[in-house]
Design a protein around this ligand. Structure first.
Ligand SMILES: *Cc1c(COP(=O)(O)O)cnc(C)c1O
Length: 372
């Protein structure tokens, strides 16, 4: 069986150091907002090229806190994509604002900036581009449009630690960058975790307060906040893992390029494209195929665990039914929802495993052809 990802392979690489780091935290008696979180925040900001990074409880809270910090709420509109994990829009709903969904490009799976201006109204306050599958969104034109209309930009970097656009790390383009350390992400901890990046002194201070019950000085509270801190144990694990992130990202990239090579002559399979001048970190390697659901099922029968990210676009989710979107509103998103299939992808994947995956795909395609 070839799994979609194998976290145990990564664990063995860091086992000794990670276990010692966790024991050190347990023995220290300091479990919340201590030196491990401080170190991660400082290293992470340096890595992203931002002035600040603020550890939080998870990626969803990172987005929620970002919107709160920018004082976005009821009556405001926030433009984002429908081709993403639900948390991107959930955060908008949590602050009482309205998500406005925009279509994507079918080669990069990311926000189509040529559709952006049509969605801007007098109520629009911010844009949340998502760097989906570890592929940077087209930040040049997105930032230009944001500037022209005086909109905030919150980058959803949950799948893209270390991805670059024109040599600059994601999370450093917008007003705020939001990251998730959910275990399956390309930098994951052993539970939930997240971090926020920003260059703004004001936003840094504001978010530090908001993540800790709206308090700058202990037991003095200026506003309603959250309890959304990154645990010391998770930060200690992340400090161990963070040292390997560039190597792991490179291995993902190499695996992606090998898949591209192996699949290049396979009829009916569309491999993922990259924008010029980006470094994509391939949190997922996602192809497009006809008869996707059949292919998905058949691959599983052959021991290849592929996944569908995501089967229902957010504008057609039950939870968003009151926003007035309907089928047909986002044609590219909707078409891709029926065509995408993410293949097994993790840094430690072997060439042999990748060849097996591609052989299985070819077999499935042949079987599907003869069965029509
Ligand atoms: C995982 C993810 C989130 C949410 O992160 P959590 O840490 O699970 O809360 C948000 N946006 C995207 C695109 C994600 O993939």
């Amino acid at each position: 069986m070839i799994p979609i990802l194998d976290l145990t392979k990564q664990y063995t690489q860091i086992q000794e150091e990670a276990e010692k780091a966790v024991i050190d935290v347990m023995r220290s008696g300091c479990y919340i907002l201590g030196n491990n979180v401080k170190k991660l925040e400082s290293d992470f900001a340096k890595y992203c090229g931002t002035s600040y990074a603020i550890g939080v409880a998870n990626g969803t809270d990172a987005l929620h806190l970002a919107l709160r910090a920018l004082e976005i709420g009821a009556g405001d509109e926030v433009i984002t994509v429908a081709f993403t994990f639900v948390a991107t829009a959930e955060a908008i709903g949590l602050v009482g604002a309205t998500p406005v969904f925009v279509d994507i490009n079918d080669d990069t799976f990311n926000l189509d900036y040529t559709e952006l201006e049509k969605k801007i109204t007098s109520k629009t306050k911010a844009i949340i581009p998502v760097h989906l599958y570890g592929q940077p969104a087209d930040m040049g034109p997105i930032m230009e449009i944001a500037k022209k209309y005086n909109l905030y930009v919150i980058e959803d970097c949950a799948q893209a630690v270390g991805a670059e656009y024109n040599g600059q790390k994601v999370g450093s383009f917008g007003d705020i960058g939001c990251f998730s350390f959910f275990p399956t992400k390309n930098l994951g901890c052993f539970g939930d975790g997240g971090i926020i990046t920003t260059n703004s002194d004001y936003l840094n201070k504001k978010i530090i307060g908001l993540r800790n019950h709206g308090s700058q000085v202990r037991y003095y509270h200026e506003e309603i906040g959250l309890n959304s801190r990154l645990d010391e144990i998770q930060a200690a694990i992340l400090n161990v893992k963070f040292k390997h992130i560039d190597k792991w990202n490179e291995e993902r990239q190499e695996n992606a390029y090998l898949y591209n090579e192996l699949l290049k002559d396979v009829e009916d399979v569309v491999t993922p494209d990259e924008l010029d001048g980006v470094k994509a970190v391939y949190h997922q390697y996602t192809i497009q195929v006809p008869n996707r659901d059949e292919m998905h099922k058949k691959l599983a029968e052959k021991g290849v665990m592929a996944m569908i990210y995501y089967p229902v676009p957010l504008h057609l989710q039950e939870v968003h039914k009151n926003y007035g979107f309907k089928k047909g509103d986002l044609p590219v998103t909707e078409a891709l929802t029926e065509r995408v299939l993410s293949l097994p992808m993790f840094p430690e994947m072997t060439e042999e495993q990748q060849i097996k995956v591609v052989e299985a795909i070819k077999e499935c395609l042949a079987e599907l052809k003869t069965s029509v």
